[in-house]
Write a protein that binds this ligand. Structure first.
Ligand SMILES: *[C@@H]1O[C@H](CO)[C@@H](O)[C@H](O)[C@H]1NC(C)=O
Length: 208
């Protein structure tokens, strides 16, 4: 009995000491994590990140030609997109690897990409996006387009997908991908007449 109880006390003291050390480490870690989370939350609320907004201002068609020799439709146009960064402290860097597509009833007509640039806080920039493309026209595309032209309602979908980097001062926050879909109705798609934008609705999402 005596033999068993003697070595027990130092053992318990040891484990007690170790537990204290562990608790202290845990507290310290907890403190660090809480401080980081607090700083993050502070930055988040202090700088209130707001999503940028986009709208298509203008469109100019320079070429829109059916070629009967190779049965393709060649489209070349420039869309002016107004991008607004409403944030007080956050800058937006439009990075490489963006893609814009204009399609008519599911048929892509032309594509291009956004310029790469840095948009500072509280800034509005109008980007000129040049797009061109050639698409085979079978399956009634030409007929449908002519119908739309005649009625003065040409429905177009503009898809924009762009990787952007958010910057707080000179500090890079992270890269996200912004996707915007704009459903546009123009009165015509012809180089002879400047298209009028009759309506536009926007949907967007962000991929982290
Ligand atoms: C907005 O940002 C663009 C691109 O960086 C710049 O060219 C333009 O001057 C800025 N506009 C204002 C009002 O600061």
């Amino acid at each position: 009995m005596g033999k068993r109880s003697v070595p027990r006390y130092p053992e318990e003291e040891d484990s007690g000491g170790c537990c204290g050390c562990l608790c202290w480490c845990c507290c310290f870690l907890f403190f660090i994590i809480a401080a980081l989370a607090g700083t993050g939350a502070y930055l988040f609320y202090a700088y209130k990140p707001k999503p940028p907004s986009y709208s298509v201002n203008n469109m100019a068609v320079s070429q829109f030609e059916f070629s009967s020799s190779d049965l393709t439709l060649y489209t070349k146009l420039v869309a002016s997109v107004r991008a607004e960064n409403p944030n007080d402290m956050i800058g937006i860097k439009y990075a490489e690897g963006s893609r814009t597509v204009v399609s008519y009833r599911g048929t892509p007509l032309c594509s291009g990409h956004l310029p790469t640039f840095f948009q500072g806080h509280k800034n509005v920039t109008v980007m000129e996006i040049a797009m061109e493309g050639r698409h085979g026209f079978g399956s009634g595309l030409q007929g449908a387009l002519e119908e739309s032209e005649k009625s003065g309602n040409v429905p177009l979908d503009i898809f924009v997908s762009v990787p952007v980097e958010l910057q707080l001062g000179t500090f890079n926050l992270r890269q996200i991908k912004v996707n915007v879909h704009c459903a546009l109705v123009v009165d015509s798609l012809s180089p002879k007449k400047k298209p009028t934008i009759k309506s536009a609705t926007y949907q967007g999402n962000v991929e982290f």
